[in-house]
Design a protein around this ligand. Structure first.
Ligand SMILES: [Fe+2]
Ligand SMILES: [Fe+2]
Length: 310
């Protein structure tokens, strides 16, 4: 199915999903989630002191990455709008989605600044570097984009939620949980859109799924020290390959999208599915090993106390 037909035929579904989305979400206000009374003025050239808000390195890295991902919104907006078009329900959605994502970057930044959870100078320099680069994942077609965002919003939900759970601050946890709820609504929107796309063009859907899953990376292109922070996030058990498998591959790709049962595939799409199933089997084995290693580390930490945990 060609790009224009897919986007045009999905329009009524997009309109229905927007109505459902707007009826399901509740209004919320970033300023009500920020512990303003814990803040104080920053003096020029004041050095940031991590001891003012102690937390595991992986949690701090995750806050840093999650903030910068939200900060890259202008470029995500550009990709989404240029992929799905400037008019009609698609545009209504990209505008609404952008407004909601903007709330995330407001609330997380205010929290990080007030609580001094991350170095504000480093964060601002990293934001300038990243946004100036203007790089975001750029799916090659509308089908690829739908598949990618359905996975990415879910991954972001998990990342925000797990970061919040490990924050040694109930106010921060509540805030990250609130943001994660929004990401879940976005995920559900895109997931149901992906299901409609699967009905219209099963072969295109499976081939896009193969490409997006085999190349999947959390959006971090252009973030300063991305690899270092991503490794710390994985070590902290906030987002790693086992979490990716358990929360995305198994429930979304295998169960919800029913990869093994998609019917009406072309020969090329059948081959694509076979390759993807092999890839998923391999991922299952790797995540099994990752899980076992994490369990061993947790047991060791319990035995020797938190100082040995890392
Ligand atoms: Fe977000
Ligand atoms: Fe989102």
């Amino acid at each position: 199915m060609d790009e224009i037909s897919l986007v045009t035929e999905l329009e009524p579904t997009v309109a229905t999903l927007i109505d459902r989305h707007v009826a399901s979400v509740k209004e919320w206000f970033p300023h009500e989630y920020v512990p303003w009374s814990r803040g104080r003025d920053f003096v020029t050239d004041e050095e940031w002191d991590p001891r003012e808000f102690e937390m595991p390195d992986g949690v701090r890295s995750s806050l840093f990455l999650n903030m910068l991902t939200e900060d890259n919104l202008p470029h995500y907006f550009h990709t989404i709008k240029s992929t799905f078009g400037p008019n009609g329900p698609w545009a209504d959605w990209s505008h609404r989605w952008t407004a909601e994502e903007g709330r995330h970057l407001i609330v997380i930044r205010d929290y990080l600044t007030v609580t001094r959870a991350v170095d504000p100078v480093k964060l601002e320099r990293a934001r300038m570097a990243q946004v100036s680069l203007g790089e975001v994942p750029n799916p090659e077609s509308a089908m690829h984009a739908i598949v990618y965002v359905s996975i990415q919003e879910l991954a972001t939900r998990i990342s925000h939620r797990n970061t919040g759970k490990q924050l040694p601050d109930p106010v921060g946890e509540k805030l990250m949980k609130r943001v994660a709820m929004d990401e879940n609504f976005h995920h559900i929107f895109y997931r149901d859109l992906a299901m409609a796309a699967r009905e219209m063009d099963p072969s295109g859907f499976v081939m896009a799924l193969e490409q997006e899953l085999t190349n999947f990376a959390m959006p971090g292109v252009g973030i300063v020290d991305f690899k270092k922070h991503a490794a710390a996030v994985a070590r902290a058990g906030i987002y790693d390959i086992a979490i990716h498998y358990d929360n995305i591959i198994a429930p979304l790709v295998l169960n919800h999208y029913g990869l093994a049962d998609v019917e009406g595939l072309s020969g090329e799409a059948e081959e694509s599915r076979e390759r993807l199933m092999t890839f998923i089997d391999r991922l299952a084995k790797i995540s099994e090993r990752t899980r076992a290693r994490a369990e061993r580390q947790t047991a060791k930490a319990r035995e020797h106390g938190p100082a040995q945990a890392s």
